[in-house]
Design a protein around this ligand. Structure first.
Ligand SMILES: Nc1ncnc2c1ncn2[C@@H]1O[C@H](COP(=O)(O)OP(=O)(O)O)[C@@H](O)[C@H]1O
Ligand SMILES: [Mg+2]
Length: 238
């Protein structure tokens, strides 16, 4: 579905992504694990067209997306939930979801269907629909941010560190939410520092170290890799 082939990405003269290749197949949950600064967000922004690689190619369902504009990539069916749950705090939960559904809002039936679907999967959002997003807990805001990305009915959902900055009790809730979406057949690319929980959820995994893919394999193999255990799982209690 998504194929990333040997991309390099730079900020000015500084190359932060080097020869990175990975793929996501339909129905899979794929996780890219990496420490702070490894280049996870840069990869996500490149897949969504916000950054352009200096080398390499990206394709989505056979379309070469390497040089096309971010808006067009959204229309092809890739939605991103960005790092730091950027909900609109002065807007209601409902209005945030409306904004996420802008691609389909002209089709009232499709919009209502998606809204009902999100409300049925995550009833707390329905309960809070008239509340300002800024009054939600951190965990609820993250849930809203993910549901908002889902409102465009994407073929591929990108999640950039959904657990970042959340208390452990909320982290579990967010991973439960992602599992629910995956069980419903959503194809997901997740990047995380929270390796343990992400690996439990994923089919396949890549380990990103200072801009390079250091390891790849099934989530089970990566979880049991001694290097991964030592560097990413040892001290993490989640
Ligand atoms: N806008 C930017 N300008 C220059 N360097 C950046 C910018 N954004 C990120 N970087 C650098 O690129 C590297 C990868 O960053 P990032 O993709 O945000 O990592 P991660 O998401 O894994 O924490 C880091 O060294 C970071 O300092
Ligand atoms: Mg990041």
């Amino acid at each position: 579905m998504l194929k990333v082939n040997s991309i390099n990405v730079s900020y000015g003269k500084v190359e932060v992504i080097k020869q990175v290749s990975f793929e996501v197949n339909q129905g899979e949950v794929v996780v890219i694990i990496g420490a702070n600064g490894a280049g996870k967000t840069t990869i996500m922004k490149t897949v969504t067209g916000l950054l352009k690689p200096t080398q390499g190619e990206i394709s989505f369902e056979g379309n070469n997306t390497t040089r096309i504009a971010a808006e067009k990539i959204v229309k092809l069916g890739i939605a991103m939930c960005p790092e730091g749950r950027q909900v609109f705090p002065q807007h209601t939960v409902y209005d945030n979801l409306v904004l996420g559904g802008y691609l389909i809002r002209k089709d009232k039936n499709a919009f209502q269907k998606n809204l009902d679907y999100m409300y049925s999967l995550f009833p707390i959002l329905k309960e809070r629909s008239k509340q300002f997003a800024g009054t939600l807990s951190g965990g609820e805001q993250q849930m809203l941010a993910i549901a908002r990305a889902m409102m465009s009915n994407p073929k591929l959902l990108l999640l950039d560190e959904p657990s970042a900055g959340l208390a452990p009790i909320y982290v579990k809730g967010i991973f439960d939410m992602i599992k629910k979406l995956a069980d419903q057949g959503t194809t997901i690319l997740l990047v995380e520092q929270m390796a343990n929980m992400a690996l439990k959820l994923a089919n396949r995994a890549y380990v990103l170290e200072t801009g390079c893919i250091a390891l790849e394999g099934s989530a089970t193999d990566i979880m049991n890799d001694p290097k991964v255990v030592e560097s990413y799982l040892g001290s993490k209690k989640y």
